[in-house]
Design a protein around this ligand. Structure first.
Ligand code: FCB
Length: 445
């Protein structure tokens, strides 16, 4: 069986963590939280498997102390969590839900009491419905709304937070949700997508600059990547793969680090961007302290006749996870090197998400998820290869602590290193949790 590399083969200050997000684990029917666009998206037939939503999820809202104990006992150093905008400000603007903010206050103190560094993400997808009614990410005002929300959170928690990310996965927020239509709000419209792209970046840059002014340090953002392979070496497939790569892997990095959209992207979205978008690029390219890389898979792309971007996903020939996602660890090495060389240029880089879904059946009280252990081991090896090549990688977070609400897939896809029974809500550490705990144990010198 593939072994996880031991902590001792990483630099002494290398951090290991687990990631979660608010809507996926907390239970969004609890604690005075406002409605979100995921609630209405899930309530619309055909959007989410079994029309499941995050109303109860893992009930982390009540079980957070046990969940933090699991992270501490797994020998992790840092916990990447998110605050829910709709829990903090149920209307998205104006009134603050004191109970919600108190919850996060206790959660952060709970991390510190257990020796865990709190790594906060401000937006992991639960846009308050009243803001969605106003156009959500399509409305330029979202940059100000988001910065006001960031202010409320940081003024309360900022003194104890170790790192802050503005946005989780810009591509999903903008493209998957407004062009492909697979995530809330489920739009398939190039004008909506172009505006969401630009405004989520503007929100990021505006909030990052404001936070810096308030004295917040260690500010970053989290980008997602898919290794892109043309189906054949024909000129058409090669161009399609280049478009996919530009939209997925380079558009948001290019804007956030260089204040520029790639040419392949402008070829499609330029007519649909808001007027005078160029004037925002300097704000968008706010200085950052670190860059987060989420990586899971590879995509094989073929030419699709019709309008831009002329891309079509095809089936590759590698082994896949329960999501149907191909396992391609070398893609992680590729992106860590690319991000360092072309964008972050010396800034600390973190793998902020990596992991796999598996059926994870309970057999005699145990979950022997050896496929997940192998997946994590292969990706940790790829991360080490990138480091050997000079990438300043400073930490690695597994997605995820718990089986949880996997968005459009509902509760069917299990990414946790801890199994959750969604009837009893019992938590049961899987073999991968135990393997990680063992690999991460600090040997006393
Ligand atoms: C990422 C998301 C995370 C989870 C994993 C599997 O795109 O950030 O919430 O859904 O994928």
């Amino acid at each position: 069986m593939t072994q996880l590399p031991d902590r001792s083969v990483f630099p002494n200050d290398f951090l290991f963590g687990v990631s979660t997000s608010a809507y996926q684990i907390e239970g969004h029917a609890q604690g005075g939280v406002g409605s979100t666009h995921w609630d209405s998206f899930a309530a619309t037939p055909g959007n989410v498997a079994k029309a499941e939503d995050g109303a109860r999820a893992c009930d982390h809202y009540h079980r957070w102390q046990d969940d933090l104990d699991l992270i501490r006992d797994g020998n992790f150093d840092v916990y990447r969590f998110s605050t829910s905008w709709a829990r903090v400000m149920p209307e998205g603007r104006g009134a603050v839900n004191a109970e919600g903010l108190d919850f996060y206050d206790r959660l952060v103190d709970g991390m510190l009491e257990r020796g865990l560094k709190p790594a906060l993400t401000l937006y992991h997808w639960e846009l308050p419905s009243p803001l969605a009614d106003l156009g959500g990410w399509r409305n330029r005002d979202v940059a100000g709304w988001f910065t006001d929300y960031a202010e409320v959170v940081m003024k309360r928690l900022g003194d104890r937070i170790w790192s802050t990310a503005t946005i989780n996965e810009f591509w999903c927020v903008a493209w998957l949700s407004h062009f492909i239509g697979a995530h809330a709000p489920g739009l398939r419209d190039i004008r909506a997508a172009a505006r969401a792209v630009h405004h989520v970046l503007l929100a990021h840059g505006t909030a990052a600059r404001a936070m810096r002014d308030w004295g917040v340090d260690n500010i970053g953002a989290v980008f997602n990547f898919e290794y892109t392979q043309p189906e054949t070496d024909s000129a058409e497939d090669t161009a399609a793969a280049r478009n996919w790569d530009a939209i997925y892997n380079r558009m948001f990095l290019g804007a956030a680090f260089h204040g520029a959209y790639p040419d392949e992207v402008l070829a499609g979205i330029a007519p649909h961007l808001p007027d005078n978008w160029q004037d925002d690029m300097a704000t968008i390219a706010a200085p950052l302290d670190w860059c987060g890389v989420n990586y899971y898979t590879r995509k094989v792309i073929a030419h699709q006749p019709g309008p831009w971007p002329n891309t079509h996903e095809t089936k590759g020939d590698l082994p896949v996870t329960d999501m149907g996602w191909e396992i391609y660890p070398d893609g992680l090495r590729h992106f860590l090197s690319m991000v360092h060389r072309d964008y972050a240029r010396g800034l600390p880089i973190y793998v902020t998400e990596n992991g796999m879904a598996a059926p994870d059946a309970l057999v005699n009280g145990r979950i022997d998820d050896r496929d997940r252990i192998a997946y994590l081991a292969q990706h940790l090896d790829a991360a080490r290869a990138a480091m050997a090549g000079g990438v300043p990688l400073k930490g690695y977070f597994t997605w995820s602590l718990l089986d949880n609400y996997e968005w459009a897939y509902g509760y069917d896809k299990r990414f946790g290193i801890v199994h959750v029974d969604f009837d009893s809500l019992e938590r049961r550490p899987k073999a991968s949790y135990h393997a990680l705990a063992q690999a991460l144990e600090r040997v006393r010198k």
